[in-house]
Unconditional design. Structure first.
Length: 328
């Protein structure tokens, strides 16, 4: 069941709309473009150059500011003129786009557009847990507000958030912990970084190339998280033995499931005795996105050309709610 669930989440590099092609900026791959998005981007030749094998950001934009402004102009125009579902959830919040995380960012884009351009998104997740006097462990889950633009009403990690432009991962940990769960700094400073989870998936909003910095936080037994920003409906303390069934249900946020599964693996609740597919499960939680994006055009992961000549159709540009196709 775990492996099947992960295969539903992880799609490879083929979209339900067809083969994706790279988005190149400053000679580096920074995104993946679906055919339905390509149909719109080719209408902005001053910003993007379309070829059968890639989309290129105009090299005349030589600075972070000029690249950011040019792409922002396109996205704001598409917000009005296109039917791209992701842009309906415009956040007025930006993500940086890097060739390598930790290097100087190449540009920034509206957060909701990261799935449109298939750029890598980075975030943090905190798994908050308690150890009870009887030796049992409980894991705190949040229930997302019904008014959230994405995954409304779904169960989720106790705390999670994207790393917005201008903030470090540690700053986002403090910010999100305070806003989402009212965790004071003297407690959140005990959060332990335990690595990353990375995956590539597709939803109706587009392509999610996500890397999540994962933190564990043991909480006092008497601590009860409380939301302060209106984005969380409530919290529930779940016995750790019940966490997996929650994660595999339709009520759990799809793109947060890998973080919970990772927690269960690291704490031995998913192990070779109860999960024979554990090697495959582990691999799916750590897709080598850094390698996939960095090695263009020599990487074996580079998608095939869309066609011998460009012909992006309006038919391909319609949004789809189809079942995800997995590229073997």
């Amino acid at each position: 069941n775990i492996l099947k669930h992960l295969y539903i989440i992880f799609t490879g590099l083929r979209s339900i709309h067809g083969e994706c092609i790279p988005l190149i900026a400053c000679g580096r791959q920074v995104g993946m473009i679906r055919p339905d998005v390509a149909y719109f981007l080719e209408k902005y030749p001053d910003v993007f150059t379309a070829t059968p094998t890639a989309f290129y950001l105009n090299p005349e934009f030589t600075t972070y500011e000029s690249r950011s402004q040019a792409i922002d102009m396109v996205l704001r125009d598409l917000r009005v003129k296109s039917n791209l579902i992701a842009l309906r959830g415009w956040r007025d919040e930006c993500f940086n786009v890097w060739s390598d995380f930790g290097s100087e960012p190449l540009f920034k884009i509206e957060r909701s557009a990261s799935t449109v351009l298939g750029t890598r998104a980075f975030g943090i997740h905190i798994t908050g847990y308690t150890r009870q006097p009887d030796g049992s462990t409980g894991v705190w889950l949040q229930k997302r507000s019904a008014t959230k633009p994405t995954w409304p009403g779904m169960f989720d990690s106790m705390v999670g958030g994207g790393i917005t432009a201008g903030l470090s991962s540690s700053e986002v940990v403090i910010k999100e912990a305070e806003e989402e769960a009212s965790i004071p700094r003297e407690i959140i400073q005990n959060a332990v970084p335990v690595g990353t989870v990375s995956f590539f998936t597709e939803t109706e909003r587009g392509l999610h190339a996500n890397t999540e910095f994962v933190y564990d936080l043991e909480l006092p037994n008497d601590f009860i998280p409380k939301n302060s920003d209106g984005e969380v409906e409530g919290f529930e303390l779940v016995p750790v033995q019940e966490l997996l069934s929650r994660v595999l249900s339709s009520k759990y946020k799809l793109t947060s499931a890998p973080i919970a599964i990772n927690f269960l693996l690291r704490n031995g609740l998913i192990n070779p005795d109860n999960e024979p597919n554990i090697p495959a499960v582990q691999e799916l939680l750590h897709l080598p996105l850094h390698h996939i994006y960095r090695q263009w055009p020599s990487s074996q992961f580079t998608p095939s050309p869309l066609a011998s000549s460009l012909s992006f159709s309006a038919e391909n540009a319609t949004s789809s709610n189809s079942t995800i196709c997995i590229k073997a």
